[in-house]
Design a binder for this molecule. Structure first.
Ligand code: GCB
Length: 650
């Protein structure tokens, strides 16, 4: 039985229906295309050193009381150098900055190319790839935007403002606050300790209900980019195929024009035009299509066409030309009661869970780290990952598109444990975050499934309405992909499971339960799968499993925290996975790809050590176990490209 509807209808009709649905549900008014240079667009990155000042006043409000955004930050008090992008927490030796809670201020002066200022037909946009958690942006002392939430981009048009006084340098001030509340995603709470016999005056802590360090600051690129005053604001593509013909259904939205003509051209890898169309929506037909295939499922995975959207437009003032190019992978996704299908062929997720996390940078974007991680993923034969527990940088998804790494795209709905976080204000914010996530990532071929949350208290009574609403909203936003959330609740009491397409379950047998008893794994894991499948008859992904291993710690017989124990946990789980993948198990994602930083606590020795690689990306014994297994699975289920015959040489 196909759960995702419309599968059997003829392709063209199907994609038209799907695209129509996409448009109805989203509440956001503008697009959020990745800023790309083209003949009509320029991009100026503002990465590098910014001035920085943490507001350490008791109520953290001095910056607002004294309007730090109105003058140069250095005139308000002492500033330090801060790299962007990076988390600020691990950059200095100051322990109060590492664990700082409240507002921090960033500032930088930018030289704006003269033409951007003189040419009134140019829009100048400031874009922040992500800043954690709440941000306010000023340009020359004037507030231009604010954004609620880390992990997703936001932007504002500033051309009009900087044209007011072209002699002034463009001073950008960004204040960022990492305070989490019961209504933020992820949620958190501030606890003040008032007992003066136990705590110093003003002592407070931030409680979080998730297992990673709440790194903060400007985590992704800040940039200025231009578009013409009439411009391509958003593009949505939905793909399908019939026999050998690929179908790319597109919709383009335009802003700033009273009249516009559009030309859309699809080019193959060699730059040859394979289809074209005119108008704001339509279907491009690609004869002898090269489908987008996952890594290790095909000899040339990650095939991308390039869709050039060319706009000629006019408004009262002038005529404009805009060009935007989007990478398009043609593929389909379907779910049955026992299988996950990509291009109508069964796909088995053999992959990892990751974090955006590394030494010094924290959650700051870093190309060297990203390329290294992709090399490791491909080395170990991983074909997929989940963006636990928040949306990753767009550049990472672009890499996934190009390399054929399949993605479960998770929103920051992690740690929804307190019953007060199920109220309407939280739900409404969660819906907006899903809108922002889908708007940003809808055109990535690598993204096949949305995950709306990780391990919420999904057995609590309000969880039913909350997750039903959230999942249905996400399905309406994007009917072309699967929707899930990741559960660790009791299978029979899980309120959201009836609504998901795929059941994702996390479990840590012989670790959090029956610690040290490796012998319970086969029985308990088998029972887990039978229970979930028996009740819901939906395909299952083991979305987390694993054990901490302190690198270099050994013991035989295996003891907890040694590399041997981690290895045996994995192997015992794999035996059960091998039985269940013949039935309804459609994937296994190790927790975790690499060790990562957490808050300090008695169960964490300088972070979570469940990585199969260390935080510095060196393999533990477990990495070799997975590598052997994943290549074997790829050999059984996929078609290995000739150049990957000898994985060791990768
Ligand atoms: C989980 C969580 C993950 C933790 C992991 C652990 O279930 O989803 O965020 O880090 O367990 O190691 O405890």
């Amino acid at each position: 039985m196909h759960r995702m509807i419309l599968n059997e209808r003829p392709g063209l009709f199907r994609v038209l229906c799907l695209l129509a649905l996409f448009e109805v549900a989203c509440l956001l008014e503008t697009g959020m295309l990745f800023p790309r240079e083209s003949s009509s667009r320029e991009v100026k990155e503002l990465n590098g050193l910014w001035n920085f000042r943490a507001d350490k006043s008791p109520d953290r409000n001095q910056g607002f009381d004294r309007a730090w955004y109105k003058s140069r930050l250095v005139e308000t008090g002492p500033v330090i150098d801060m790299p962007v992008p990076a988390s600020y927490n691990d950059i200095t030796q100051d322990p109060t900055l590492k664990d700082f809670i409240g507002w921090v201020w960033y500032e930088r002066e930018v030289v704006v190319p003269a033409r951007w200022i003189t040419d009134e037909g140019t829009r100048v946009v400031i874009r922040v790839g992500s800043a954690h958690y709440y941000s306010i942006v000023w340009v020359n002392g004037v507030k231009v935007t604010e954004h609620n939430g880390g992990h997703l981009p936001f932007e504002a048009e500033i051309g009009t403002l900087i044209r007011k006084d072209p002699t002034q340098p463009c001073r950008i001030t960004i204040a960022v606050n990492n305070t989490l509340t019961l209504e933020t995603l992820p949620p958190g709470s501030i606890q003040h300790m008032d007992d003066s016999t136990q705590y110093p005056k003003g002592f407070f802590v931030q409680n979080t209900y998730f297992d990673f360090f709440n790194y903060a600051g400007i985590h992704r690129a800040v940039l200025l980019y231009t578009t013409p005053a009439a411009y391509v604001d958003d593009i949505t593509v939905v793909t399908d195929f019939l026999d050998n013909t690929g179908l790319v259904n597109y919709k383009v939205s335009v802003q700033g024009a009273t009249t516009a003509t559009l030309k859309v051209t699809l080019m193959d890898k060699n730059g040859q035009c394979v289809a074209s169309s005119t108008g704001p929506f339509g279907v491009l037909k690609v004869v002898d299509v090269n489908l987008w295939w996952p890594y290790l499922m095909h000899e040339s995975p990650g095939y991308l066409y390039s869709m050039e959207v060319h706009l000629m437009a006019a408004n009262e003032r002038s005529t404009y030309e805009d060009v935007y190019t989007l990478a398009v992978g043609i593929r389909t996704v379907n779910v049955t009661s026992t299988q996950f299908l990509i291009n109508k062929k069964p796909f088995y997720f053999h992959g990892v869970n990751k974090h955006e996390d590394s030494d010094i940078r924290g959650k700051g974007f870093d190309w060297s780290l990203i390329v290294k991680d992709f090399n490791l993923l491909k080395w170990m034969g991983a074909n997929s990952f989940r963006t636990s527990h928040y949306p990753y940088a767009e550049e990472i998804l672009q890499m996934c598109d190009r390399h054929g790494i399949v993605v479960i795209d998770e929103c920051p709905g992690v740690g929804i444990k307190d019953i007060r976080s199920f109220r309407n204000v939280s739900l409404n914010h969660h819906l907006v975050v899903m809108d922002e996530l889908v708007r940003r990532d809808k055109n990535h071929a690598s993204v096949v499934m949305w995950s709306v949350a990780n391990e919420p208290a999904s057995e609590m009574p309000p969880a039913e309405y909350y997750f039903k609403t959230l999942i249905q909203h996400t399905k309406a936003l994007d009917p072309t992909r699967a929707v899930t959330y990741v559960s660790n609740s009791h299978y029979a009491r899980d309120k959201g499971a009836p609504y998901v397409d795929v059941i994702c379950v996390n479990s840590y047998f012989s670790w959090y339960h029956d610690p040290g008893h490796l012998e319970v794994i086969p029985l308990q894991l088998n029972t887990q799968f039978e229970n979930w499948y028996g009740k819901y008859q939906k395909p299952i992904i083991q979305s987390e499993y694993g054990a901490d291993a302190v690198p270099g710690l050994h013991s035989d017989p295996p003891m907890m925290f040694t590399e041997e124990y981690q290895k045996v946990v994995l192997q015992s789980c794999h035996d059960v996975f091998d039985q269940k993948r013949k039935q309804y198990l459609i994937g296994e994602l190790i927790w975790n790809f690499a060790d990562f930083m957490t808050a300090q606590g008695i169960t964490r020795v300088v972070g979570n050590k469940k990585g199969v690689f260390t935080r510095q990306r060196q393999p533990k014994v477990a990495a070799f176990i997975l590598k052997e297994r994943y290549w074997r699975l790829a050999n059984e289920t996929g078609r290995l490209p000739p150049w990957t015959k000898y994985p060791c040489s990768l």
